[in-house]
Design a protein around this ligand. Structure first.
Ligand code: GLY
Length: 315
């Protein structure tokens, strides 16, 4: 049986936006709009330094943002990468999903599209983010390929399903702190950072983008759901297989966490971190903070309790 509506999102930072999204869906709003409401809430909040306004800058001290959006009914998608000064990259990605071609725009081309189409523009670099950049620069002198701050990085990802069992996926990030200028991670890359197909389910990934892209994780998870696995089984199987393959290939994987939602409203999550918070709601449940834990490769998912909330320091 299908849920009337359901949504899943990454990280505790998405909780306030997911509460807004729940209100929207209760009052008959679409999953497409609820997803945008949840993501713009994080993009606009300067307290979160890995998404949107106040995102941490690249190695030149510039904030470069990536976002992607997909409609699981007609498989349309839109994405922007390396954009500066666009207030809500997710809204531009969503608009681009309406185009048959040129739906993935990068850097200056994406910015000129956004300005010409009336999207809000803003200097996204805040004093806080600049101070973090200066502290990091004081520790080093050269532009790096690899990023030691990768573990502190989080992407907001949302998968949403509504009354007609339509599915949407969206993601937004400022990417790795101190990344090489022009570096693009998995987030705006369809199939890696996000994917959805309304005949099966949707999935999205957060973490070290290069390692996510090596496995095209989101489309693989949706493929498993299409083959009959539950979203939880699909997340666990794909992540476990990918981590084993990365190890075989000689990589020491960075942090990777994934979420998934089936067209029936069932959800799943998996991670290689000790713990990965995410948020779910559906018509019967308020926006609820969950914790996915990896203990020697064994995944456990449960509701966050007061003790966990007290001790958790991340976004
Ligand atoms: N997962 C986002 C990034 O690596 O940029």
């Amino acid at each position: 049986m299908s849920a009337k509506y359901a949504m899943i999102s990454t990280w505790k930072m998405s909780l306030a936006g997911m509460r807004k999204a729940k209100r929207l869906m209760e009052s008959g709003g679409s999953a497409r709009d609820a997803l945008a409401a949840a993501i713009t809430d994080v993009e606009d909040d300067p307290a979160f330094h890995s998404v949107g306004y106040s995102g941490l800058p690249n190695a030149r001290g510039e904030v470069e943002l990536d976002a992607g959006f997909m409609n699981g009914r007609d498989l349309s998608f839109g994405a922007v990468s390396g954009v500066k000064n666009i207030q809500n990259p997710i809204l531009v990605a969503r608009e681009l999903s309406g185009l048959a071609r040129s739906c993935f725009l990068t850097a200056a081309g994406a910015e000129s599209y956004a300005a010409a189409h009336g999207f809000a523009m803003r200097n996204m670099l805040t004093e806080d983010a600049l101070a973090a950049y200066r502290r990091e620069m004081a520790k080093q002198t050269a532009v790096r390929e690899a990023d030691p701050a990768a573990d502190a990085h989080d992407t907001v990802c949302v998968v949403a399903q509504d009354t007609d069992a339509e599915l949407y996926a969206g993601v937004s990030t400022s990417g790795l702190f101190m990344k090489h200028p022009g570096r693009v991670g998995d987030s705006p890359v369809i199939g890696s950072g996000f994917y959805c197909d309304s005949t099966a389910g949707g999935a999205a990934a957060t973490g070290f983008g290069e390692d996510v892209m090596r496995g095209c994780l989101s489309v693989r998870i949706v493929g498993r759901i299409a083959a009959g696995r539950s979203p939880q089984e699909a997340c666990e199987e794909v992540l476990e297989a990918h981590l084993a393959r990365l190890a075989d290939a000689g990589y020491t994987p960075g942090n990777i966490s994934v979420i998934a939602l089936g067209r029936d409203g069932r959800f799943g999550a998996a991670t290689n971190r000790a713990e990965f918070p995410f948020v779910v709601f559906d018509e019967a449940r308020e926006a609820t903070l969950m914790v996915c834990r990896s203990d020697g490769g064994r995944i456990r998912v449960e509701e966050a309790d007061a003790a966990w909330l007290e001790s958790y320091k991340g976004d």
